[in-house]
Design a protein around this ligand. Structure first.
Ligand SMILES: CSC[C@H]1O[C@H](OP(=O)(O)O)[C@H](O)[C@@H]1O
Ligand SMILES: Nc1ncnc2[nH]cnc12
Length: 269
């Protein structure tokens, strides 16, 4: 049983395996097994922060094998109430080239076979997920990014595919034709599990490539994703640090934290 605590969680994705120096590492266990990695906990600008690389620091978990439930549960058990979630994504529009930062406001789930709820026994719980992301977190992220010199994209739809393969050109063109703008592999079930634990969740999507239906080359490669992300990770890390400082502590947002006080079949950590 750890006594470490944090209010803000950062879940790093591909190429974002560490956050800041000098954080303490804590091992947390959960009813869903251990999270992807020990969690780095510390104080940043007076705010208590917990950092967890979703694939593990050695990227041992592919997107469909990430222990999403353990990750969210572990963060919540440390006291986390707001999650910042950077990830590498493909673009479904030529308007958003590599290096673009986007803060989507919608999500489409095209995954299958992933455990995507904590409420699979003990009673039926149906939560609203109409707006999957915290509006205050999104606004703060966009304002913070503007101040830091980014030109972030405000809104758009992230389609989450099962992976680990990238999309075919036809799939990609179909996603784009729906009006969806970004494609990734990890945004679901991460966001909905955060919602089920009454956590605010703010995605920070860094475009690493034009997806297969948009570009005319050989298709997306993993090497390309890592290379472009590596070229942006330092300023993204700086942005996340500033965002940690800027997120309002009072959570005066419409996200359903009332869950905290509800009688649920699940004993929240
Ligand atoms: C490294 S190629 C595809 C991989 O990158 C993205 O990871 P994350 O969302 O954790 O940044 C994508 O979702 C895939 O998991
Ligand atoms: N094109 C793409 N498709 C799915 N996930 C991605 N992550 C980064 N680029 C991606």
């Amino acid at each position: 049983m750890t006594t470490a605590n944090a209010e803000i969680g950062v879940i790093g994705g591909s190429g974002f395996y560490s956050f800041l120096d000098g954080l303490d590492e804590v091992r947390v266990d959960t009813p869903y097994g251990p999270p992807s990695d020990p969690i780095a906990v510390g104080t940043v600008a007076g705010r208590r922060v917990a950092f967890l690389p979703r694939h593990g620091r050695d990227h041992r978990y592919p997107p469909h094998k990430i222990p999403y439930r353990a990750n969210l549960w572990a963060l919540r058990s440390l006291g986390v109430r707001q999650v910042i979630a950077p990830s590498a994504v493909g673009s479904l529009t030529p308007a958003y080239g590599p290096g673009t930062l986007a803060v989507p406001d919608q999500l489409v789930d095209r995954t299958y076979g992933r455990a995507q709820t904590f409420y699979d026994e003990g009673g039926a719980i149906h939560l609203s997920f109409a707006d999957p992301y915290c509006p205050v977190g999104r606004r703060t992220a966009l304002d913070t990014a503007h101040k830091a010199g980014w030109e972030p994209v405000d809104g758009g739809t992230l389609v989450v595919i099962e992976g680990p393969r990238f999309s075919t050109r036809a799939e990609s063109q179909w996603y784009a034709a729906q009006g969806w703008t970004l494609v990734g592999m990890t945004g679901h079930p991460e966001a909905v599990l955060a919602r089920e634990l009454a956590l605010c969740y703010t995605p920070l999507c860094l475009v690493t490539d034009l997806d297969a239906g948009i570009e005319e080359g050989e298709g997306v490669t993993m090497e390309e994703v890592f290379r472009v992300f590596a070229g942006n990770v330092d300023r993204l890390r700086t942005l996340v640090t500033t965002l940690v400082e800027s997120l309002p502590a009072d959570r005066a947002c419409p996200c359903p934290h009332a869950l905290d006080d509800m009688e649920l079949p699940l004993q929240l950590p």
